[in-house]
Design a protein around this ligand. Structure first.
Ligand code: FAD
Length: 318
């Protein structure tokens, strides 16, 4: 089912989950065990991140040769396996950078063939391998347009009476602005542009200060963004998170949250304080009318499960 229909049909706030494909060589049994633990909470959908291939130059027979390899298990394979194994609605991430429009078209057709209804369209952060050519999408908005064209049966090359895909398209939003944007208003203007290009819902970058999210939601509404905005929440459970998450994701962790966790030294106490802080954050969001909460689980079930147990959201949604 499309995420937008799941939201419409859901009488209560829903839970959704994001996972990251494990690195190559990771035991598939272990991945399924984590997913099984998360599926107990009946997520409305499960999104799976996507990553550009790594490129390196290697010497082969004395010649320099470019080697292109993937470091992680395939996003779409995980989505398809999880769909058939657990019946969960998969939402693969599709990224611009590192892929040509033709490669993207092929991926979208494969997903459509497998009955996948939702995709999250993103630019990605890797260096653009095909930048400067007309064969790659530069911004997520162009990818959204490509997907919406395929939804009308318009492919890169003209095909008479072509199969129409039927994707519901999500995009990323940044309550604390995207790190490259000159200011909050400019970033919001580009978010509106993504919606105008056909985005059906927005999932936010992780944040820890709910007031930033409420301001973002209000300002988005003021400029005419009417699609559902789903907050993305990362459970805190390690002291390192207090330093690493703001650095990697350009987000602010309020002093009160930092203090509630950093006063402990024992990893179990830190874990407990972090999860309690995440539960409090989610309770406040739910009290303020969010349609659901998207958890950045990273494919590790326990912290997200502990937050959901604390919220008693299990089995209460969709
Ligand atoms: P865009 O919407 O294209 O925006 C990128 C920047 O350009 C912004 O600063 C924006 O203000 C600006 N901009 C947008 N359009 C224009 C325009 N037409 N002209 C000028 N400026 C413009 N990364 C991955 O590699 N894989 C993933 O699976 C992945 N999943 C994610 C999931 C979520 C929910 C989020 C929030 C992020 C995810 N990311 C992922 C990270 C994301 O790819 C990066 O944050 C990336 O830098 C921006 O992606 P975007 O889709 O928001 O880009």
């Amino acid at each position: 089912m499309k995420v937008t229909d799941l939201i419409k049909n859901s009488g209560e706030p829903f839970t959704s989950i994001e996972i990251i494909p494990p690195k190559k060589g990771f035991k598939i049994k272990a991945l399924f065990a984590e997913l099984e633990a998360l599926m107990k909470y009946k997520p409305a959908f499960m999104s799976v991140t996507s990553h550009a291939h790594a490129r390196s130059i290697e010497l082969v027979g004395g010649k320099e040769v470019e080697r292109i390899k993937s470091k992680r298990l395939d996003t779409n394979a995980i989505c398809i396996a999880a769909q058939s194994r657990f019946g969960v609605e998969p939402t693969p991430h599709v990224i611009c950078r590192g892929f040509t429009k033709d490669e993207t078209e092929d991926v979208l057709l494969t997903l459509h063939f497998h009955g996948i209804k939702n995709v999250l369209a993103l630019r990605g952060d890797a260096a653009p391998a095909t930048s400067g050519t007309s064969f790659a999408n530069e911004y997520a908005s162009e990818l959204v347009e490509q997907i919406q064209r395929m939804n009308q049966g318009i492919y890169l090359d003209p095909i008479d009476d072509a199969e129409k895909t039927d994707f519901c398209v999500g995009v990323a939003g940044y309550p604390e602005k995207h790190f490259e944007a000159p200011d909050f208003e400019t970033d919001l203007k580009w978010l509106k542009h993504k919606v105008d290009c056909g985005a059906d819902f927005i999932i936010t970058q992780m944040f820890f200060d709910n007031s930033a999210f409420y301001k973002f939601r209000d300002e988005a509404a003021k400029i005419g963004i009417r699609v559902p905005i789903i907050p993305g929440i990362k459970p805190l459970y390690k002291k390192e998170h207090l330093e690493s998450l703001p650095r990697i994701f350009y987000t602010n962790i309020p002093e009160s949250v930092k203090e509630s966790i950093s006063r402990f030294n024992d990893p179990e106490d830190i874990y407990k304080a972090g999860i309690e802080s995440t539960i409090a954050q989610c309770k406040d969001l739910l009290a303020n009318g969010v349609p659901g909460i998207h958890f950045y689980s990273m494919g590790i079930a326990k912290p997200t499960s502990d937050v959901l147990n604390g919220l008693a959201l299990a089995n209460h949604h969709v």
